[in-house]
Structures are given as structure tokens and as C-alpha cells.
Design a binder for this molecule. Structure first.
Ligand code: FAD
Length: 489
């Protein structure tokens, strides 16, 4: 149930291996968080915008005897992201490390440029240690992780630095606080604060360095490609099918009941919503945990001027610590939030000056959408004024806002948390649910379960859940690993 990235991916794998798969999706369309919001008749990506780890999708399609490139057009970009500070300074990060070293040297001096080179090497090493042992493998316990990495490589595991905060570890490499801010922002990719996220999450920097892809037709095209694959393999999709209860008989998941009272029985149920929603569906779920970040977003169709936007842009206020204190301690949106803008029409060619372009604006917010409402218009002025202080003016146009309450309505029982539980502390990532639910016949996939949030991770979780389900159905255990160039059959 659920036609998010993980649900569609799992359905493709299951159907390919001969299972009779029906995907039940409560929304009117597939994709989940990977949604298109219509503004002035134009579809604007209102969810994920950064597409990485393309190899996971290539592997999924290759295992089905297809080629991803036949179904999804992607192209690379030199500029990974453009950053600007209200207090002054602009910095581009490039796909080419040497170009970024040069830019960081010009921006903050030779020591920080050297620090960046070391930081890249450290992020790559963390990624290499965890790729096969954690990211592409079944959820490990702490002991499993040690075993998988191997006793001879314990030093490498230690150097993934789970016991240090990301913010503290970034201080090893950067003296300019703006660079700490820029790279600390990677914690927010999993909905965490850089002050509480483990330094391990520096690996996100390596994932980006390894390739950020722009998708022809926007990220929505990824959801379409996954849906197409699942359907070609034989899965069927029913939208508008809201599951209100997981039917449990004799301690086993036996089917689901829909809001209209319809009951569908099945050999297994795979749940793609947030694992925190399981108790509301009558099934055992994980222990309640601190929620990850939510957001206030605006999908905008308007002309811009004064700042040469790249595809991905970040505008920073000075006090980054205050932003996360406000969210996680006081449950507020800070007065001067960091603003992310995806300028979706900026890729190979910028739109002609003065013409409306499609933008996603995002500021972080607490995931309290189920207990209080945030009025997006209370935040739009301060957002525009911060952008103006960086030189960017957004002209007259149309916008559709989504608040934490809006996200909670789309993804029930989450409060609008967009990344499952917060990845705070050394062991949070190991406390996420695995592919097997707490009762037989129930399987879990999605950004709230192992290996975690983000489009490629959710896809990986879908593959892991499908593999576990098939393994249990066959009554035998098989080892499944997904890594670049190594696809399952
Ligand atoms: C604004 C925003 C920006 C993001 N930016 C990025 C980014 O740049 N890069 C990146 O990699 N990731 C990003 N993410 C995170 C990424 O989008 C998610 O981690 C990923 O898409 C989650 O996929 P999922 O498989 O967990 O499914 P979800 O997208 O959570 O979808 C779950 C589906 O299950 C359905 N469902 C739930 N309960 C039921 C039920 N009871 N009955 C029937 N259907 C049900 C829902 O309607 C939904 O369609 C972003 C997310 C958001 C919201």
C-alpha cells in the first residue's frame, strides 16, 4: 500500500518475480512526496528535486531487462548548487572537485580549500565503509554492522564518526563558519539538525559529488518511470484507495480494509507510508521517536531578477544554530530561515529574462502539523526580504503553499515530518524499522525505514522489502546486496 518511490520499486521487483501485486494509493495519483503541484496550469515539482545515486535505478531497470535511459532522460550539471549569504558572499559548488577547491580558495582562503579536499576524502571513506554494510544491505544491528565491515576494518567503522556531531566534525575542516553552514546543511537532507546529526552523515556530500542529475520533465518523471516499470512487470495501481486498517488474523497480516469498507485479502501486505502510522492502522509499529523536519514550501510561477539562479540555490541567514534551536527546541520557524530554491527551468538554458519561471521555495519547519497550523503567508514576507538582501527579487506571479499541516494531511500521522524519525544521535539510524514488520506477513518500505529517507534510499528500501517478502514466501534465505554494478536477480 502506497505508491511512493519505495512502493513502486517494491511492486516492480515483486511483480517481476511472479507475485500478483496490487498497489493501493490513497492519493489521486502515484509518486507520494514526489508530487507535481499545478500552478497556472504548469506542473511544478513540490517534493524532491535533487536526484542522486542513479545507479540504484539503473540496477532496478536492468534487473527487469530494461534500460533506465529508455524511460528517464537525465543530464549532469557543472554547478551542483549556488549559495548566497545575507551577510555577504556567494559560492558555487561544482561537480568537479578541483573547480570547487578553487572556488572555496577564492571564497575563504587556502586553508579551507585544503580542508575541503580533506573533507571530500573523509566523506568518500565514510560512504565506502557503509555502502555495502549498511546502505545496500538489510538493516543491521550494531553487532551486524561490525561483522559486515569486518574486524580488520574496525578503524574505518570508527572513522565514520557516529559519536560526533556533524557540526563539530565540520570544524576539523573549515574555519569559515559559512562553509560549516553550507556542508552542515546536508543533515537536513534527512530532516536532521547538523548539531544533533552524527558526523557519519557527511557521506551525503560524497553522494552529491558522485553525481547530481537533472531530470528532463522534472522529478515527477522519476515517479512516472517507476510506475511504468511496475505496470509493465504486471503490478496494478489503484489510486483513491485509502487503507484504514491492516487486517490481522492469528497474529499475521492477512489483508487490508479501505475507507469505503472494501476488504482485500492477500498473502502479504507491504506498507509504504510512514512506519509511525502503523498503530493508526491497527498494526504494531516502531516506538514513538522524535520527528524529522517538516517544511513550508511554495510552488511559484513568477519572473525573477537580480540574481542569476542556478537549478539548486541556497540562501543563508547568519545564525544557523538559531534556526534549529527554534525548530527542535521552541517548535517555531526562525525569524530568518535558510531558504532553498529549486529553479526548475534552469538547466541547460535559463528562461528568457522577465518570463515566469517555475520555482520551489522551501524553509524548514517543525513537524507539528497535526497539533497546530502554520500560516504560510506569515512567513512569505520575511522569505522575500531575505532573498532581496541577497539580490533576488521574485516578481508578480502565482504560488501554492504547503505547510506542515498540509504535509500531515498528505502523509497522515506524521505531523508533516518529511523524513521519518529524526536522525539525531549515534544510533538513530540503527533504530529505524527494517523491511520485516513486527508481525508475519507485514513488510515495510519507504523513507521512514532502513536505510532511510531520500529518493534513492527509499528505492533501496523497496528493493530490500521485496527481497525479504519473496524470501519468506519461498521459505528460504538468500543474501541480497545492491551496490553499483551488482544487481539482484
Ligand atoms: C519538499 C521535499 C523535498 C525533498 N527533497 C528531496 C531531494 O531533493 N532529494 C531526495 O532524494 N529526497 C528528497 N525528499 C525526500 C523524498 O521525497 C522522500 O524520502 C521519498 O520520496 C519518500 O518516498 P517513500 O517511498 O517513503 O514514499 P512517500 O513519498 O512517503 O509516499 C508514500 C505513499 O503512501 C501513500 N499512503 C500512505 N498511507 C496510505 C494508506 N493508509 N493507504 C493508501 N496509501 C497510503 C501516500 O499517499 C503516499 O503516496 C524531499 C521530500 C520533500 C517532501
Amino acid at each position: 500500500m502506497g505508491a511512493g518511490v519505495a512502493g513502486l520499486t517494491a511492486a516492480a521487483d515483486l511483480a517481476r518475480r511472479g507475485a500478483d501485486v496490487t498497489i493501493l494509493e490513497r492519493a489521486a495519483s502515484h509518486g507520494g512526496k514526489m508530487r507535481h503541484v499545478m500552478v497556472d496550469g504548469r506542473g511544478i515539482d513540490g517534493g524532491p528535486t535533487v536526484f542522486t545515486m542513479r545507479w540504484i535505478f539503473e540496477g532496478l531497470f536492468a534487473d527487469a531487462g530494461e534500460s533506465l535511459s529508455d524511460h528517464l532522460g537525465v543530464y549532469s550539471t557543472n554547478v551542483l548548487a549556488r549559495h548566497a549569504w545575507r551577510a555577504g558572499g556567494r559560492l558555487d559548488l561544482f561537480a568537479d572537485i578541483e573547480a570547487s577547491v578553487q572556488a572555496i580558495g577564492d571564497f575563504a582562503g587556502a586553508a579551507d580549500a585544503r580542508g575541503y579536499r580533506e573533507f571530500c576524502a573523509r566523506a568518500a571513506a565514510i560512504y565506502r565503509t557503509l555502502e555495502g554494510s549498511f546502505i545496500g544491505a538489510e538493516k543491521p544491528s550494531q553487532l551486524d554492522l561490525v561483522r559486515r565491515v569486518g574486524l580488520s576494518r574496525l578503524g574505518e567503522l570508527w572513522r565514520t564518526a557516529p559519536f560526533r556531531s556533524m557540526w563539530s566534525a565540520l570544524g576539523d575542516h573549515f574555519s569559515d563558519p559559512r562553509l560549516r553552514q553550507l556542508f552542515g546543511r546536508y543533515a537536513t537532507y534527512v530532516g536532521a539538525s547538523p548539531w544533533f546529526a552524527p558526523a557519519t552523515l557527511m557521506l551525503v556530500a560524497h553522494v552529491e559529488q558522485d553525481g547530481v542529475w537533472l531530470v528532463r520533465g522534472g522529478m515527477r518523471a522519476v515517479a512516472d518511470a517507476l510506475r511504468g516499470l511496475a505496470e509493465r512487470q504486471g503490478a496494478s495501481l489503484r489510486c483513491g484507495a485509502d487503507v484504514t486498517r491492516i487486517i490481522i488474523e492469528g497474529g499475521r497480516a492477512k489483508g487490508v480494509e479501505l475507507a469505503n469498507g472494501e476488504r482485500l485479502m492477500a498473502d502479504a501486505v507491504l506498507f509504504n507510508g510512514d512506519a509511525a502510522a502503523l498503530p493508526s492502522l491497527g498494526a504494531p509499529g516502531p516506538k514513538p521517536a522524535q520527528r524529522s523536519l517538516s517544511a513550508i514550501t511554495w510552488c511559484v510561477n513568477a519572473p525573477t531578477s537580480g540574481f542569476d539562479l542556478a537549478h539548486h540555490n541556497v540562501f543563508f541567514a547568519e545564525d544557523y544554530a538559531e534556526e534549529f534551536r527554534a525548530i527542535f527546541n521552541r517548535r517555531e520557524v526562525t525569524a530568518a530561515p535558510t531558504i532553498y530554491i529549486c529553479a526548475q527551468d534552469r538547466g541547460l538554458q535559463p528562461p528568457p529574462p522577465g518570463t515566469p519561471e517555475r520555482l520551489l521555495l522551501l524553509i524548514n519547519a517543525p513537524a507539528d502539523g497535526d497539533s497546530r497550523d502554520f500560516n504560510a503567508s506569515d512567513y512569505i514576507e520575511r522569505t522575500h526580504s531575505l532573498l532581496a538582501s541577497c539580490g533576488l527579487h521574485i516578481g508578480e506571479g502565482s504560488a501554492v503553499a504547503t505547510t506542515p499541516s498540509g504535509f500531515d494531511a498528505l502523509f497522515p500521522t506524521t505531523g508533516g515530518a518529511l523524513y521519518g524519525m529524526a536522525s539525531h544521535g549515534a544510533t538513530a539510524t540503527l533504530r529505524r524499522s527494517g523491511a520485516r514488520g513486527k508481525i508475519p506477513g507485514l513488510y515495510l518500505a519507504g523513507g521512514s525505514v532502513h536505510p532511510g529517507p531520500g529518493v534513492p534510499m527509499a528505492a533501496m528500501s523497496g528493493r530490500l522489502a521485496a527481497a525479504r517478502l519473496l524470501e519468506d514466501a519461498a521459505g528460504r534465505s538468500t543474501s541480497v546486496g545492491f551496490a553499483p554494478g551488482r544487481h539482484s536477480r
